[in-house]
Design a binder for this molecule. Sequence first.
Ligand code: ATP
Length: 355
Amino acid sequence: MPGLRLAGIAKSFGSVHAVEATNLDFAEGELTALLGPSGCGKTTLLRMIAGLEAPTRGAILLGEADITAQPAHERKFGMVFQNFALFPHLSVRENVVYSLMISGIAKSDAMATGARLLDLVQLKGFDDRRIGELSGGQRQRVAIARALAQEPEVFLLDEPMSALDAKLREDMQVELRMLQQRLGITTVVVTHDQREAMTMADRIVVMSQGKVEQVGSPQQIYHQPENAFVADFIGRANFFDGVAEAAGVRIGSVLLDAAAGAGFRPGTPVSLACRPEVACLIDCTSPGTSLPAKVTFVRDVGPARDIHLETEIGRIIVEYARGETDQPFAVGQETTVTLPASGLHVFPRAERAAA
Ligand code: ATP
C-alpha cells in the first residue's frame, strides 16, 4: 500500500486560516495521529486528505499519483466519523456491505466479505441486529468494518473514540491499533486526547492554530518537546519563566543549571519545563540545582503520588510512581527539591497550550 504525502497543503475559510501550508509524509503502513486542541485544524486536514474539502493550495500525493483533484468517492479511502454515520434502518450486515453492493459486486462475494469483516472486528453473530440495538463500542466496530469493506489504501478516522465511555475507549484504542498493525494499513487518526495518540500512534503530528508544532514518535514528543506548546500540551510539566545566562537560566535570584540553556544568547527570555517525574526529592544523583522547598499538598491517585512544593522559583510538582519510594511527605514539611540539569527543557518564551 502506498504512503501519502501532503505538499504545502493549506485551507482557508474566508479570513480563517484553518490549516497553514503544511508538508507531511504518512509512511506506508504507519498509524499517524493528528493531535491538538479544539480548532487547531486537525479535522480540516483529515477532510482534505479524504477529498471532502478542497485545499486552498498545495497537493496531496498517494504514492506517485497526485490525487488533489480526485473526488472523495474515487479515492479508495476508508473513513470512520466521530458519530460513526451508520444507517440506522439497516442491519449490521447491510451497513457493512452497502458500499460493496452499490459498487456492483456480486451479492455472494459481498456477503462473504461482510462475514469476514464482522469476524475481524469481533461482531460475528450480530449480522442481523439493527444499529439501535448495539452498544457504542459495537457501533464503532460496525463503522470500522464498513470502512474496511472497500479494502481502502488509506484508513482515516475522525475522533473515533469520542462517543465511547472512558473504559471502553481505552480497550478500543488497543484493539484498533492491533487491527491496524495486523492489516498494515496506512492510517490517520484525528484526536484531541494525548493518551489516545500515545497509545495508538507510530507518529504524532502535534498541531496548534493551523500549524504543525512537532512531528515525532510518542517518545520523542514526550521526552524531546521542541517548543513550550508541545511540552505543555503533551503530558505534564512544571513551567518557569527565566532569562538565559552564560552559566544557565536565571529565575529571580536563582541561577538554574540547565544543559539545554547553553544554546541561548545571554539575556534571552526563556521558558523552562521540567516533567514532574524528573524533579527529585530523594536520593537525587543527577547533577542539577537544589532548592529549599515546602510541601503544600500531597495527592495520592493510586498508581502515583504527586507532591506539591512551594519554592523560591514558584510551585513545583514532583511525581513518584507507586513503589518508587514509601517515604511519607506531610503538608508543611521542609525539604529540598533537585531539578536535574539534563531534565530541564529550555525554549524561547512563547505561548503555552491552553489545555
Ligand atoms: P475540533 O477538535 O474542535 O473538531 P479541529 O482541530 O478539528 O477542532 P477544525 O474543525 O479543522 O479544527 O477547524 C479549524 C478552524 O477552521 C476553526 O477555527 C474552525 O472554526 C474553522 N472552520 C472549520 N470548518 C469551517 C467552515 N466550513 N467554515 C468556516 N470555518 C471553518
